[in-house]
Structures are given as C-alpha cells and as structure tokens.
Design a binder for this molecule. Structure first.
Ligand SMILES: C[S@@+](CC[C@H](N)C(=O)[O-])C[C@H]1O[C@@H](n2cnc3c(N)ncnc32)[C@H](O)[C@@H]1O
Length: 342
C-alpha cells in the first residue's frame, strides 16, 4: 500500500499492514465454494468476488444490509479499476446482482444503498423493483474536489429501503446534539428544551435526511486507512443504531476497509462482509481486532451524536458523566469510553 513506502508524519494515524500482519489476518479470511450455513460466515470477512460468493450465501440471514458499491466513476481499488459506464450499463450492472442478493434478507430487514448524484437514479430504479424505498439521505462531504466548469461535488446519497412495512426504526437512538440558535426560556426563566455547556447551549434534535455532521476519514483520524472511499464510522453508527438491535446480523457485500463490520462489532451486532481485495480484507481484520480494546466511535458519545467541532463540550460532558459514574460505582457504557477530535 502506498503509505508503507512513504515515511509517515508523526501525527499521521493512517492504518497500514506489515508482512506479518498480512499473513496473520489472511488466515482469518473465508472463501465460499458451496452453500454456507449462517454460523459458518457470521462475524467473518469473505474475501471473494461478490458474483462468485453470492449464490453460496444462506437465505434470509440478514437484518440490516449496508451496500456501498463502486459508484459510476472510474476508480482504482488497490490495482483493480472500476470503469465508468453509461447510465443504462450501470443500472444493468446493479440489477445483475441486486435481484440475486435480496433473498438473503429477513422479512423485516432494512437496506441502505450508497451513491452519488450520477448513480442515485440507477439505484432508485433497481431498488424500487425489489424493496420499499422510504427515503434518500443526503450527506455533506465537507471536502470535495473543486471544478472550474461545474459545481464542486460535496454531497452523497444513501437510499433507505425496507423489505416490508414491518421494519425496525429507533429514532431516539440517533438524536443529534446541536448548538441552539434561539435559546428560549420558560416563564420561570429556565431553559425550554436545551442545556448549558461550557462552550454554548445545546439541544437534542430529531435527525433529518440531511446529514451535515460527518467528517470523511483523513490522516489524523485513528479510523483512517488507505482505502480511497472509506466511509466514516459515525455514518455507520447512525444507520446501525437506527435500524438494528444488538445481536442482529449486519451484512455488507462491498465491505472495503471494513467500516460496517467494525461499527457493527463496536455496537454489539454480528457482521458479515464481502470484499474482493485481500489487502482491504486484512485491514478490516486488523480494525476488528483493535475493537477489542477500543469501542469508541468518533462523534458519538453518551448515546448521542454530536455536531462537528464540539469536542470541548463532548469532553466536558464526558468528564461530568465519568465523575458521576465513579461516585455511584456504575459500569461504563462503551459509547463514553473515549472521545477523539471530530
Ligand atoms: C465504495 S467501496 C466500499 C468502501 C467501504 N464502505 C469502506 O468504508 O471502506 C467498494 C468496494 O467494493 C469492492 N468491490 C468492487 N467490486 C466488487 C465485487 N465484484 N466483489 C466484491 N467486492 C467488490 C472494491 O474493492 C471496494 O473496496
């Protein structure tokens, strides 16, 4: 990988693999050659082309499927290039595996599918033939490449779909802690629905389908790898908390560097991931091993999602909670273990 060769800056936390680690993690990967039972693949990384693995997967074993396929762009994934197609060809490519993958879903399963402005309409066309499409989340990538003859692309979509009308959705688990613009008080002068922190006034708000609180992983973040399109752990945490319960099975057929599996493990769900590139699979295994000593998710603490740039308030709040817990000898919740920069 490119970072092994370069000398890393001291604050660069990008995760890399040495030869011993590759050997160790490679031995944990699975390849499917015949019909697999759920217990053979649960909490495993399948290192295989999806088109080869797909028909060997069990029926109806998935509670939540997160799909982050290559977008309709020419992109190099560690030496294997996905080449941009015309719109119809991309729609046909999606349809070629989508129709075969829906059988893995339980009757009350939820599916999220990622895309950008170019691929979104293909996703809607294909997904709506097999699933109920309930919404499209748009999230802001605060970084985007500037263009002289077009608008800078700084947003992506995630389609929210369900197998039936019977599905899980826990809105209270994904509320946002936001700074209050108009801090109203009641007749007694007490805050109406907000609370004071050292760096300002905050309110818990319902999450919308416009997400502006995410940071795309970069070199000073512990979750960062060299994968070119790695999703933020915070994004997966919202989806997994909103749409699954502990011990459910979360499945990602284009797993990349393993973000879905890692966050599922942090949140005590089971996971299955498929990825055709061995190096990405080994990175995922390394990240999964690290979860055993660090369950934290950047930007999520004390059971709430914080806006970007609220570290001071998060740290203060965490400190207060820890003090309270120590004095009452309660056990610590995984979500308040550590808070890093967001
Ligand atoms: C958009 S990336 C997913 C990134 C991932 N969400 C993460 O956070 O790292 C898509 C991934 O799909 C993989 N991929 C592409 N075609 C595949 C196929 N036919 N079978 C399995 N994996 C494939 C690529 O190697 C790439 O890592």
């Amino acid at each position: 990988m490119k970072n092994d060769e370069k000398k890393k800056a001291s604050r660069n936390k990008t995760m890399t693999l040495d030869a011993n680690e590759i050997e160790k993690y490679r031995s944990r990967l699975v390849v499917l050659t015949k019909q697999a039972a759920p217990q053979e693949i649960i909490n495993k990384t399948i290192n295989q082309n999806l088109f080869e693995a797909l028909d060997h997967l069990p029926d109806q074993f998935v509670d939540l499927m997160f799909i982050d396929p290559p977008y309709n762009l020419t992109k190099n994934f560690n030496g294997k290039t996905f080449t941009q197609m015309n719109n119809q060809e991309y729609t046909d490519w999606l349809a070629s595996w989508f129709s075969r993958i829906v059988r893995v879903l339980k009757p009350n399963a939820t599916v999220y599918i990622c895309g950008d402005w170019r691929s979104s309409h293909s996703i809607f066309e294909v997904a709506s033939k097999h699933l109920n499409v309930l919404n499209r989340i748009t999230w802001e990538r605060e970084k985007g490449r500037g263009a002289l003859s077009n608008w800078k692309n700084a947003s992506e979509d995630i389609w929210f779909c369900t197998k039936s009308n019977d599905y899980k959705f826990y809105v209270d688990r994904v509320k946002m802690k936001r700074k209050v613009v108009a801090p109203y008080r009641n007749e007694e002068g007490k805050p109406k629905d907000w609370e004071n922190h050292d760096d300002g006034k905050y309110r818990l708000t319902f999450p919308s389908n416009m997400w502006t609180d995410l940071t795309v992983p970069f070199w000073s973040m512990a979750e960062n790898t060299d994968h070119p399109t790695q999703k933020p752990e915070k994004l997966l945490a919202k989806i997994i908390l909103a749409s699954s319960d502990e011990n459910d099975v979360v499945f990602d057929p284009f797993m990349g560097s393993g973000t879905t599996s890692v966050v599922a493990k942090k949140l005590h769900r089971n996971f299955v991931g498929i990825e055709m590139d061995e190096t990405y699979c080994c990175l995922a295994e390394k990240r999964l091993e690290l979860v055993e000593s660090d369950f934290s998710i950047q930007g999520y603490s004390e059971g709430v999602f914080w806006d970007r740039n609220t570290l001071q308030a998060q740290t203060k709040s965490l400190f207060d909670t820890k003090q309270k817990k120590t004095s009452t000898s309660q056990t610590t919740n995984h979500s308040i273990d550590v808070v890093k920069r967001d």
